[in-house]
Write a protein that binds this ligand. Structure first.
Ligand code: NAD
Ligand code: LMR
Length: 328
């Protein structure tokens, strides 16, 4: 049995679709390691249906007899859910339906992150880190961070890892190689169709992806929109939004943010890097260090990449403007 101190992980929207695909993997050790005990602090909206469903999920977690799962707290109160947490995974919020853009969720979902940011500020551990999944995640993380000034902005991230995983899978398929051959694909900007999946620095089998694919037009006009609109394609096919792949990406996001040396795509406060507005959270390559993470800001962008980054930056600035009242 592990003698490590348990890590407290809060998950919001724990009885939802992503929650159901996520909690069992956290409890199994897939996210924080095979010898790291965890305490799950699970938040659902405080009404009968979701609370009852949450109890059912907790019963199943119990029935897995996970050796690493030390305790579970089920609650409808954000201050209970975030009490002393080391990681807060903010999933709970409305998903979009067919025909909607993620930004259409801003008005409904934005306010959730005010209350949760305030509760995190009040009760989370001093070393707490926050990962936002609920859409539109780049802007929701900004709202939460604005309310939780006790923690520095670099403790707040949003998830663009699903987009990186999608992009790597598409390139591997096109090149007819294993996914393990595709490296250095990073997502810049918003988790929306404007995102820029930077194939210009990507490698396939150690060679420039553009040379291996040998079809620049495909990269620009097929690959980029396919990655950017993959979420909508899944909603169209399933009738509901991606859940298992989103949960898997969140596991990757947190695992790699806690594994020194890993480089992956994370939406962080831009601080002006790559020409983004300093106050928006934008996807970019991030490297995990012993104390946190640092942005890799040394990639040279060509004019095409710069134009794509400008477009996704404009959208992020527009979203920020829409919710500026929620930042006070
Ligand atoms: P879902 O509707 O199945 O589950 C959401 C759960 O959140 C529900 O159980 C609901 O009761 C709960 N909830 C709502 N408001 C809450 C609040 N204030 N506090 C606590 N719980 C609350 O949705 P889902 O499929 O699990 O998706 C959740 C979110 O994740 C959506 O916004 C979706 O768009 C987003 N998402 C993001 C990515 C990404 O890559 N960033 C990928 C997939 C989905
Ligand atoms: C996704 O990318 O699958 C999620 O953000 C869900 C959505 O609305 O597309």
């Amino acid at each position: 049995m592990s003698t490590k101190k348990p890590i407290r992980v809060a998950v919001t929207g724990a009885a939802g679709n992503i929650g159901y695909a996520l909690l069992f993997r956290i409890a199994s050790g897939a996210m924080l390691g095979p010898d790291q005990p965890v305490i799950l602090q699970l938040l659902e909206i405080p009404v009968e249906g979701p609370q009852k469903a949450l109890k059912g999920v907790a019963m199943e977690l119990e029935d897995c007899a996970f050796p690493l799962l030390q305790d579970m707290i089920l609650t409808g109160d954000a201050e209970v859910a975030f009490k002393d947490v080391n990681w807060a995974l903010l999933v709970g919020s409305k998903p979009r339906g067919p025909g909607m853009e993620r930004a259409d969720l801003l008005k409904d979902n934005g306010k959730i992150f005010i209350a949760q940011g305030q509760a995190i500020d009040k009760v989370a551990a001093d070393d707490a880190r926050v990962a936002v999944v609920g859409n539109p995640c780049n802007t929701n993380v900004m709202i939460a961070a604005a309310q939780a000034k006790r923690l520095s902005a670099d403790r707040f991230t949003a998830m663009v890892r699903l987009d990186e995983n999608r992009g790597r899978a598409q390139l591997a398929k096109k090149a007819g190689v294993s996914i393990n051959e595709v490296s250095d694909l990073y997502i810049y900007g918003n988790h929306s169709p404007t995102m820029f999946a930077d194939f210009t620095h990507t490698k396939i089998g150690g060679k420039a992806a553009a040379d291996v694919i040998g079809d620049e037009a495909w990269l620009k006009t097929d690959f980029l929109p396919a990655v950017g609109k993959r979420g909508a394609a899944i909603i169209e096919a399933r009738g509901v939004s991606s859940a298992a792949s989103a949960a898997n990406a969140l596991i990757d996001h947190v695992r790699d943010l806690t594994t020194v040396g890993k480089v992956h795509s994370v939406a962080v406060k831009s601080e002006g890097r790559y020409g983004f507005n300093p106050d928006v959270w934008a996807g970019m390559p991030v490297k995990t260090t012993a104390t946190g993470h640092e942005v890799i800001d040394s990639y040279e962008m060509d004019d095409f990449a710069k134009s794509k980054i400008a477009l996704t930056n404009d959208e992020l600035v527009g979203e920020r403007e829409t919710i500026k009242d929620l930042l006070a």
